[in-house]
Design a protein around this ligand. Structure first.
Ligand code: GLV
Ligand code: MN
Ligand code: MN
Length: 412
């Protein structure tokens, strides 16, 4: 099999997709079911159809593009990622896995032989939590990790429900139809930029992921007392923002003092009400994102934050409530898929190293219903979730090549 990746076309497609965005270049913003996301989906579907793939879309907007195998009823081999992008993001996160996956399939088609098992490219809906506050919405529903009832309760910041938003986007069948039957996938492999610096630092072109860290997230509300910024004297204050500031530092401290660098915690949103120069903040809404490669250590950090929350609330006479959004277990990649990826690297004379994914991915949830593993390529300085995220065309093409080789070996 003479596998060849069309690097120029892949690079051009990444650039073209980057042009469908709601941010000033080089930044990318593509929030799920926004006009930009819908245009990007249509663009991708046209490309998949041009490659002769059969398209199916499920009620939450996950898109399946299938190259039917010789045994079309046998379990498929899946690959794919997401094209939604957080505000002010880069152009490679998720996209490399989707367009690299498409190019891997096209490279296999060019070789002439049809695989025994179908190969399916998947575009997951809302891997990013921006709109509905929870990441990996599509794969949570596909895998049955989230129930349709829980999904129906989701709303965006303008109060629009997932139900309304998906219907407006043209997806109206019941969410009950999203969950995949067991055994649907024989294997699932996701190509992604590393989003960390290790491959670049160690000058290794490819990373084979053996596990994915456990994410959790919360919505926190601090309620104090508002009032006039000149008239209310300091001893009388119950400033919600000052309490939130203390809590944010306690969160940072809980992660820093967990005993391992693998514990990370981030407050990424801080919404101050009423948000006026001369008004004491009466309410603050925060988000907390906390992760670790070790579940027990992450949960211990969560308990330390809980204690800090109670102490700060009592000391500052404010109410601090929290709502758990998600607390997921880590994923262990399947040894046979890890081996298939490592072998594919070796077959093409490419060095690889085993590594942990600290970011979450749809593979975390696909691992609940299928054997999975991931392939990482380097990204400059490890930057991701920022406009200067960059992966070279050579690295992307190498990733697509190894992905194609792996899909071929898994699909038979
Ligand atoms: C995915 O985007 C993550 O936040 O890990
Ligand atoms: Mn991301
Ligand atoms: Mn991603």
């Amino acid at each position: 099999m003479n596998l060849e990746i069309d690097r120029n076309r892949l690079t051009e497609e990444i650039e073209e997709l980057a042009g469908i965005s709601d941010a000033e270049p080089p930044a990318i913003t593509r929030i799920v079911f926004s006009l930009a996301d819908l245009r990007a989906r249509a663009w991708l579907i046209a490309r998949c159809e041009k490659a002769g793939l059969a398209i199916r879309q499920d009620p939450v907007g996950n898109i399946f593009a299938r190259w039917a195998g010789v045994e079309p009823n046998a379990a498929a081999v899946g690959t794919g990622a997401h094209i939604d992008a957080i505000p002010n993001a880069g152009k490679y996160d998720g996209v490399v896995g989707v367009l690299g996956g498409l190019e891997a399939i096209r490279a296999l088609q060019r070789c002439g032989a049809r695989p025994k098992h179908s190969i399916e490219l998947l575009l997951f809906t809302s891997e990013e939590p921006t709109r509905f506050g929870i990441g990996c919405l599509g794969s949570r529903l596909l895998s049955g990790t989230m129930t349709p009832d829980a999904a129906r309760k989701l709303t965006d910041k303008d109060g629009a429900s997932l139900e309304e938003v998906r219907r407006k986007a043209g997806y109206s069948a019941p969410l009950e139809e999203v969950k995949l039957p067991s055994g649907y996938y024989k294997a699932f492999v996701e190509l992604h930029i590393e989003q960390g610096p290790l491959l670049e630092q160690q000058k290794v072109p490819l990373g084979v992921v053996t596990s994915i860290a456990a994410p959790a997230s919360f919505r926190i509300t601090v309620e104090g007392a508002g009032g006039h910024a000149g008239a209310v004297l300091m001893p009388e204050r119950r400033d919600a923002l000052c309490a939130a500031a203390e809590l944010i530092l306690a969160i940072e401290n809980a992660a820093r003092s967990s005993g391992a660098v693998d514990t990370v915690a981030t407050v990424g949103i801080c919404d101050v009400f009423p948000g006026a120069v001369n008004s004491i903040p009466s309410r603050v809404r925060l988000t907390l994102d906390i992760r670790d490669t070790d579940l027990a250590r992450r949960d211990a950090a969560m308990r330390a934050i809980e204690t800090a929350r109670e102490t700060i609330a009592a000391k500052r006479q404010v109410a601090i409530s929290e709502e758990l959004v998600n607390a997921d277990a880590p994923a262990l990649c399947a040894p046979e898929i890890v081996e298939a990826l490592s072998q594919a690297c070796a077959k093409h004379g490419l060095a690889s190293m085993k590594m942990v994914s600290r970011a979450y991915h749809d593979s975390l949830f696909m691992s609940r219903i299928a054997p999975v593993a991931m392939l990482f390529i380097p990204c400059r300085n490890g930057y991701s979730h920022r406009p200067d995220e960059y992966a070279s065309p050579e690295d992307i093409a190498r990733g697509a090549l190894v992905l194609a080789e792996t899909l071929a070996s898994l699909a038979g």
